[in-house]
Design a protein around this ligand. Structure first.
Ligand code: BTN
Length: 255
C-alpha cells in the first residue's frame, strides 16, 4: 500500500477486486489467524452489509471499502466503542484535510453537511468474556456522483466529491484515514476513552439536538444529552425521563 505511515494497521494488507463483503473476508481471515491490524480492501462488494440487516451499496472503484481485524484484550462490551472511535477518526480526518463539516451520527455513521457519507459495521467473535477478534468494516463514499449513490435510503446519502465539488485521490485519502484510525485506536486501547469522549461530544451531529431514535421498533423522541462513559447515548425524552440507549437507530435529527 503506497504512502502508508502506520506502524501496525494495514501492515498485513490484502486487496482484491471484488468480494461479497469485506467483513466476511476479514472474519474468515481472522478465524485462520490473521494478525492484529490486518486490512482487507476491495473495489466492489456484491453483498455489502450494514447494521440492522441493511445492504451497503457502493459504486465500483469509487469509494473506499475495507475491513480491519483487531485483536485487543477487551471485553465484548467494548465493541460499540471501537466503532465510535473509528467514526471519530474519520470525521476528524475529513474536517482537517478537506475542511468539511463532518460529524458523527451515533452510533456508527459519519455525516457531511447532514448527509451520510460513511458507514461502519463492527462484528466480533468472543470467548466467554473476552474478545477473540473484532472486525471493523468501513464504507466511505468518496468519488460517487449523485446518480451513483443509493437512492431511496432512509437517510440522505452523499460523497466527499459531491460535497467538495470534485473528485479526490482515493489512495491518498486511504493512507491518511488508516493513519488516523491507528492513532485513535491506539489512544483507545491504551485506556484513554474518557479523553476521547469529550472529543466525541464535539464531533457529534446529535448532541443538543432533538432526535428520533428507533429502539427495536419503539420510537423515542427527545434531546440527545451526551454519552455515558461506555459510549451509550443519553436522551432526555419528551416525557421528562432520562433514557440511556445502548443499541438504536437515530432516524431523524429534528431542528
Ligand atoms: C451501516 O451503514 O449500517 C454500516 C455500513 C458498513 C459498510 C462497510 S463496507 C466494508 C464492510 N463490509 C461490509 O459488508 N460492510 C462494511
Amino acid at each position: 500500500l503506497p504512502l502508508l505511515q502506520t506502524s501496525w494497521l494495514a501492515r498485513t494488507y490484502h486487496h482484491q477486486t471484488t468480494a461479497a463483503s469485506t467483513n466476511d473476508l476479514a472474519i474468515q481471515m481472522a478465524a485462520r489467524g490473521a494478525p492484529h491490524g490486518t486490512v482487507v480492501a476491495v473495489e466492489t462488494q456484491t453483498a455489502g452489509r450494514g447494521r440492522l440487516h441493511r445492504p451497503w451499496l457502493s459504486a465500483a472503484g469509487k469509494g473506499l471499502t475495507f475491513s480491519a481485524v483487531l485483536r485487543p484484550d477487551l471485553s465484548p462490551q467494548a465493541a460499540p466503542q471501537i466503532t465510535l472511535v473509528a467514526a471519530a477518526a474519520i470525521a476528524k480526518t475529513l474536517r482537517s484535510i478537506y475542511g468539511l463539516n463532518a460529524a458523527i451520527k451515533w452510533p456508527n455513521d459519519v455525516l457531511i453537511h447532514g448527509k451520510k457519507a460513511v458507514g461502519i459495521l463492527t462484528e466480533m467473535q468472543c470467548d466467554p468474556d473476552r474478545v477473540r477478534f473484532l472486525v471493523t468494516g468501513i464504507g466511505i463514499n468518496v468519488n460517487e456522483t449523485a446518480a451513483e449513490l443509493p437512492s431511496r435510503t432512509r437517510y440522505p446519502a452523499t460523497s466527499i466529491a459531491l460535497e467538495l465539488g470534485g473528485p479526490v485521490n482515493r489512495k491518498q485519502l486511504f493512507a491518511v484515514i488508516l493513519h488516523s484510525l491507528e492513532n485513535e485506536w491506539d489512544r483507545y486501547f491504551s485506556g484513554r476513552f474518557n479523553e476521547l469522549l469529550e472529543e466525541l461530544e464535539g464531533l457529534s451531529a446529535v448532541l443538543g439536538r432533538r432526535i428520533e431514535v428507533d429502539c427495536s421498533g419503539e420510537v423515542l423522541r427527545g434531546v440527545a444529552q451526551g454519552f455515558t462513559p461506555q459510549g451509550a447515548l443519553r436522551i432526555l425524552s419528551d416525557d421528562g425521563n432520562e433514557t440511556v440507549i445502548w443499541v438504536g437507530d437515530v432516524t431523524q435529527v429534528l431542528t
